[in-house]
Structure formats: C-alpha cells, structure tokens
Design a protein around this ligand. Sequence first.
Ligand SMILES: [Zn+2]
Length: 241
Amino acid sequence: MSQLICLQDCDNKIGHILSKKKEGPLKIKRLEDELGIIEKEHQEELDRFEALKKSGRDIDRETQDLDVKIERSKIRLSNIKSNKEYRAILKEIDDLEKAKFQREEKSLQIMEEIEVLRKRCQDNEKELAEGRKKLDREKNEVQTELNALDEELRLFEEKKALFSQTVEQDLLKNYLLLKERKQGQAISPVSQAVCQVCHMRIPPQMYNELIRGDSLLSCTNCGRMIYWADDEYYKKVLEKI
Ligand SMILES: [Zn+2]
C-alpha cells in the first residue's frame, strides 16, 4: 500500500506540474492579444493620420487654385467697360474669396486634428515599445519556469516508474482502473474516520480494521482504496517522496 500511496502522490504532482505548465504560455498569449489590439488601433490611427495629411494637401492646392482664379478675375476687372459686367465680376471675386476662406478654415481644422493625432501616435508607439519589452521579459521568465517544471516533471516521472515497478502488478492494475474512473484520485487518506476525498464517515468496524492495517479496504461511499492517514508510518512514507 505504501508504494501505491507514493505512486498516487507522484501522479498528483505530475498532474499539478502539467497544469502549471499551461499557465505561462496562456499568460503570454493574453499579453500578445493585448498587444495585438493596441497595434491594430495604432495602425488605424496611422492610416487616419496619413489620410488627414493628404486631405490637408488637397485643400491647400484648392486654395492655391482659387488664388489664381481671383488674380485672373482682378485682371479682367481692370479691362471691363460695362457696369453690369463689372458687378458680375465683383460678385465672382466675392464668391471666390468666400470659397477660399472656407478652405482656409478647413485647413486650420485639419492641422489641429493632425497635431492631436501626431501626439496620440507618439504615445501609442511608446506604449507599444513598453508592451513589447514586457512581453520579451515575460517570455524569458516563462521559459525559465517551463525548464524548471520540465526538470521537476522528469524527476517525478522517474519516481513514478520506480513505484510502478515495485508495486504488486494486480494492485497496480486495480489502481490504474480506479484512477481512470475516479478523476485521477484512486487512493484516499482516512483521518479521524473520515474519507478525505469524499468526506464521508467510515463505519467504526471498518475503521478499526483500517487502523490494524492488515487488509486492503475501500471507502464505502466513493469506492477509493483507503489508508489510515494518521499512521506515523504513512506520514514518514509521504515525507520521503
Ligand atoms: Zn470516500
């Protein structure tokens, strides 16, 4: 039984190490996802920044075109004889000036937006650089942890193989079967007459039998193989693993 208890302990530790091995990569995945979102937002803002710069240039070109038109109209104005035509060209110039003013207003507005966006893009880049540094650090830490866990895993696998060899083969078969049916926990310690896995009380007579320790017993409730955990002998066995 003591070999089986050790085997169960190894299996539990191996299970624990395996689930711990998943934590680090999950953390990295989360950080990468977070960084991916920031990168995507940053790219969108960069695109908007470029688009704004382009529309700024377009508007400036339109303003220049309007300037040329205004100049031309002014030249025509000096050669006009009829009053009616004169007024028409004055109106034309006035309209062109208004259109130019609108473009200038718009241009100013775009310049302000560009400045806000430029600042935001700079902040994003800083945040991204920090995020990437943090990710690298975490990756290193996780790798170190994974290496340590692999080493620990190797040790317990070795011990497990050793205990599997020394345990009686029929008992081992029984253990493996039970382990599969009982979510990995085939053996249960009994303390103060209570099964420590299912928390049900063991009948007094059976408990006495368990303390005597000359037969293999199972919990009447959960069916797991039980041992008397308050026994100093088993305590020492478990300490040694
Ligand atoms: Zn039980």
